[in-house]
Design a protein. Structure first.
Length: 75
C-alpha cells in the first residue's frame, strides 16, 4: 500500500519519488550496495558494517560480498 492505495497502480507510483525499476551499476558489490542503502536509511557506519554480513549470510551470499554484481546470475 502506498498513499492508501495498492502500490502497483501507475497513478500511485507517479506520486512517489522512487522508481520500481532501479538499475544498479554492474561494478558495485553487495557490500557497497547495502552500505549505500543503509546510509540513506540513516544507519551509522558501525551498525552497517556489523549488519551487512549478517544480511548477506541470510540470503546465502556472505562469501561473495566483495564480488561484482555483474558476476551474479539473474535467474
Amino acid at each position: 500500500m502506498l498513499f492508501g492505495e495498492p502500490a502497483g497502480q501507475a497513478h500511485v507510483r507517479t506520486r512517489s519519488a522512487t522508481s520500481p525499476r532501479t538499475t544498479v551499476s554492474p561494478n558495485i558489490t553487495p557490500l557497497q550496495l547495502l552500505d549505500f542503502y543503509g546510509s540513506l536509511y540513516g544507519m551509522n557506519r558501525d551498525d552497517r558494517r556489523r549488519r551487512i554480513p549478517e544480511m548477506l549470510d541470510q540470503v546465502g551470499i556472505k562469501g561473495r560480498m566483495h564480488s561484482k554484481i555483474r558476476t551474479f546470475s539473474k535467474a
